[in-house]
Design a protein around this ligand. Structure first.
Ligand SMILES: [Zn+2]
Ligand SMILES: [Zn+2]
Length: 375
């Protein structure tokens, strides 16, 4: 059997994926590229078009045993990449600014290792998951998944941490979050006679101030205004409707439910005081990612064994990950790999996944499999 695919080929694959970024749910070409690569890695089973453009590569051991799932994400972001990089995005307004291109290259590297060195016992599931950024992909995949993994793992590259370090924490790792869309309806009127209508402007102002008052960074319970629109752009008209969009987050999914209820009640009360109709709807729900003790200990042991610097977290990340759907359903854990102290932040238009993390991610996953598949 030939040697595993080398680092250079995996970097080329990452650059190819980076050049053809696709938004959540539209990962068609990305999937095509991955399928071509994965077929050459001879999985025992290759499931495509899973929950959209998702792919599952299955590697079976000689004897039965545990089933372990490793997951990476496939989608890019609606961000215009301004860069001199040779592998910069060729799609205007879309780019890989969360490093999911790197996550896919890592998972392809794991496939190549498993093709040459299949597990002794049990089954490994390599999952390429679409639509992470919108929080829809994981739930759709879990619905279609015909396996019930004993453990599942995922990683995310993390700027602001030492390059190649491993960051993890048992218990809550990333917060729960969800989007709230508030639609307020009053009555428009001539701008010369605002008293003849009922503008939602004062209610919007009051809601925005309320959100600032109730957010508490120290506990991670945060309500962030992400968008607001009052009426249309027309100097002759006093507005009659408004939309406010808010992202709510909390450490645990249950806490988020409680917080959401509290915020909704206040908004409904404000709207009633202003005699406005109020309609609330929810979007992009991410459960908290909760790392179970045992899989988290495998992450720690693997990092120690490989000699990677371990950075234990004292509190969960404030951002959310739809891997939370997996840790909700199965025993699992997520970890970060540092992209460098001075790396640009995720989702910033200058961010690019460091290629040097590809071997770090592969070796971490291979060591984790070694431990989690052991009978
Ligand atoms: Zn992201
Ligand atoms: Zn991401």
């Amino acid at each position: 059997m030939k040697n595993a695919v080398g680092k250079k080929q995996l970097i080329e694959l990452r650059h190819k994926l980076h050049k053809q970024p696709e938004l959540s749910g539209n990962e068609e070409k990305t999937a095509e590229t991955l399928i071509v690569f994965l077929k050459k890695q001879h999985p025992d089973l290759l499931v495509t078009a899973m929950g959209g453009h998702g792919i599952l590569a299955v590697y079976k051991g000689e004897t039965p045993g545990r089933t372990v799932l490793l997951r990476c994400d496939m989608d890019a972001l609606p961000i215009n990449e301004i860069s001199k990089l040779e592998h910069r995005s060729t799609i205007s307004g879309v780019s890989h600014k969360c490093g999911h291109d790197g996550h896919m290259a890592i998972m392809c590297g794991v496939a190549s290792k498993l093709a040459r060195n299949r597990p002794l016992h049990g089954t490994v599931l390599l999952l390429f998951q679409p639509a992470e950024e919108t929080g829809q992909g994981a739930a759709r995949i879990i619905e279609k998944l015909k396996y019930s993994p004993d453990q599942c793992f995922a990683l995310h590259n993390l700027p602001g941490f030492q390059l190649g370090s491993v960051i993890t924490k048992a218990g809550p790792f990333a917060e729960a979050s969800k989007g709230l869309i508030v639609k307020l309806t009053g009555e428009s009127s001539h701008a010369a006679e605002p008293q003849c209508g009922n503008s939602p402007a004062a209610a919007v102002a009051s809601i925005i101030l309320y959100l600032e008052r109730i957010s508490d960074n120290s506990t991670g319970t945060i309500a962030t205004l992400v968008h607001a629109r009052i009426g249309e752009v027309a100097f002759g008209t006093s507005p009659g409707d408004a939309t406010v969009m808010i992202t709510l987050r909390a450490t645990h999914t249950k806490e988020l439910d409680f917080f959401s209820h509290r915020v909704s009640e206040q908004i409904i009360k404000t709207a009633a005081e202003e005699h406005l109709m109020c309609n609330l709807s929810w979007a992009q729900e991410f459960p908290a990612t909760i790392n179970a003790e045992l899989p988290n200990s495998f992450i720690r042991e693997s990092a120690n064994y490989l000699g990677y610097q371990m950075i234990p977290l004292t509190r969960p990340f404030l951002w959310s990950e739809d891997f939370g759907h997996f840790t909700d359903e199965f025993s699992g854990a997520m970890f970060g790999i540092g992209s460098g102290i001075n790396a640009k932040p995720l989702h910033s238009r200058n961010y690019d996944f460091p290629d040097s993390l590809i071997p770090v991610g592969i070796s971490m996953f291979i060591e984790i499999l070694e431990r989690s598949l052991k009978l």
